[in-house]
Design a protein around this ligand. Sequence first.
Ligand SMILES: Nc1ncnc2c1ncn2[C@@H]1O[C@H](COP(=O)(O)OP(=O)(O)OP(=O)(O)O)[C@@H](O)[C@H]1O
Length: 693
Amino acid sequence: MTRPEPPTALRGELDSERQYLAEARDALRRMREQAEKLLDVGAGVGGDAYAAERLGFTLTRRVAQLSDQADTPLFFGRLDLTDASDDGSTRYYIGRRHVTDDASHPLVLDWRAPVSRAFYRASTREPLGVAVRRRFGSSGGELTSFEDDHLDRGQEAGASSRILTDEIERPRVGPMRDIVATIQPEQDELVRADLSVSLCVQGGPGTGKTAVGLHRAAYLLFTHRHRLERGGVLVVGPNRALIQFVSSVLPALGELDVEQISIGELYPVDARHIDEPAVDVLKHDVRMAALLHRALWRQVVPAQAPVTVTHGSSRFTLGPDALDRVVDEVTQSSPTYATGRDRLRARVVSRLQRQIELRHADAPSESWFRSTSRSRPVTRFLDAVWPAVTPEELVHRLLSDRALLAESADGILTEAEQDLLHRPQRARSYRAARWSTSDAYLLDEVAGLIDRPRRYTHIVVDEAQDLSPMQCRALARRSTHGSLTVLGDLAQGTTPWATRSWAETATHLGRPDAAVVPLTTGFRVPSVLMDFANQLVPTLDLDVPVATSLRHDGSLRVRRVADLVAAAVEECRAALAREGSVGLVAPDSLVDDAAQALSRAGLAWGAPEDVTVHRLTLVPATVVKGLEFDTVVALEPARIVAEEPRGLNRLYVVLTRAVSDLVVLHEDPLPSELRTTPDASSAPGAAAQEPAR
Ligand SMILES: Nc1ncnc2c1ncn2[C@@H]1O[C@H](COP(=O)(O)OP(=O)(O)OP(=O)(O)O)[C@@H](O)[C@H]1O
């Protein structure tokens, strides 16, 4: 958007800000050159290979972090304080990273630094020592405007800030962007919450949950760099498409080492089997955890035979009773299954060693200890009493062996449920087993009992309303001593196990006391679309605050058409003639038809996994969660509702993906819950309904 040049006085002011930006850019360039020089020197430094590699890694990352993005200015805000701060300054520029001059004086402060907090939180009611807050508008890396809040004079633009409005109304292209320049106070409070705090954020569509989660990760990494470098931060989303969409935000903020995965990647399986819905639901039930626990620990059985080893020409023996006492001791220390087996091995050999010491009055050598630990009698005993087992072996055996299933599930599952789980036709070897997506969480549960998984200091989990108890447990064991940011919207729950209460999810995540914090201001969906979609909320029978939109632009058209796919092509073509991204969202059963029609019409389109490549994306309704497009063309709401048990929730998700324009096309009547379409009008910010032609 081209904006009029500011009046002369302000132009002078803007010029001097541009000059400051140029100086900051120069300083950043010098910082980068310095880092590159160090990288060169580092490469030539002697020392061991590991130290050299670590140094190289750290320096390479530092160089990458200091890269200047040509399309974003180095700062987006300025604070003029009423009094000089500790370092004697009264003015700070706030940007995406620290920039210092050659004497190490700050030219730009990182948005996460303590001083920067006032940029987001200061208000006329609570100025936090700020006299003037300046926000900069920019285009293509150049400063184009600024806006001042004179907090000392009680003046503040708040939500009517032109710069904020421009930012949230700009057309979307490519992947999701960071929001550092315009984080709102209620969002900032969540972003800067203490590392030890676990939170559940309940927010309507487009209230910035994903953005808040990612910025919280960046904030924590900056504030607790050392701890998090060791423990790590994990971001988990519902599918690859959403992860792909959001994956550039953290690197753009200089955070290059955050793992971002879909929930299915926690324990990747090559899913080649589809479970019946009832089986799926049962496998995600929390009772499976108790069943698997019992099934695994049933592998540990009483000793049937003694263990005899030799030392020199003498033989030493531990009988079954003595061995069982050692097994009891080990189990009482509540180890993981694998540690227990190792501990049992060590303790049995120690007992034998003590017998030798008593008889010979000297200790057997270290090598005797090692070779005896691996000797056949000891290993045979372990294999019989505490056998090594893999998750795949155990789960395969459990699901295919009805007797084992009955023993393990007694008192936990009904017989009918056991029958549901039983899969008699399964391959005889676990190596040839055909796993389903739900099996992954059974395997992960067992893997977590056998050995502790990698643990993260902080986990951000998006679209958490869709997590099953078993998925929650998979996340909980990866954050045993860490904290979690749990983001979601109960109204967007579409899985069969989607939660109706955050308290329940928090409990399964091992954080029963996590506070539930609402976000209610929408930044994506214009109010005309929000009102349309919100008609569905009362029918979902959930206790959620309804989101209101900050946006008053956008348009809604609801068209009844005779040929759905032809109308879809026509609408996509028209939308592509405008600026911004286009999402054609179809019920899953219509995706193939829509794909063929788009290709026949010669329109270039992509799948949701590569939203960044094409302007037009064809998205199955079941994959659209979390994504957004400037224009959304949504096909056949009644079919979207009919295709899933939680079809109304799915429709709510579909109708809340548009940043500007939503076109709803239907051949069949609309679902009754959506009958109230607003009055016809063609003006932006209003809605129109057309009859079938
Ligand atoms: N403070 C903000 N300033 C500018 N844009 C914002 C702000 N907060 C959120 N947005 C933008 O609003 C859009 C929606 O944000 P986001 O995807 O994080 O919402 P969400 O609550 O996760 O949505 P959903 O419920 O659909 O998953 C994004 O384009 C995001 O960049």
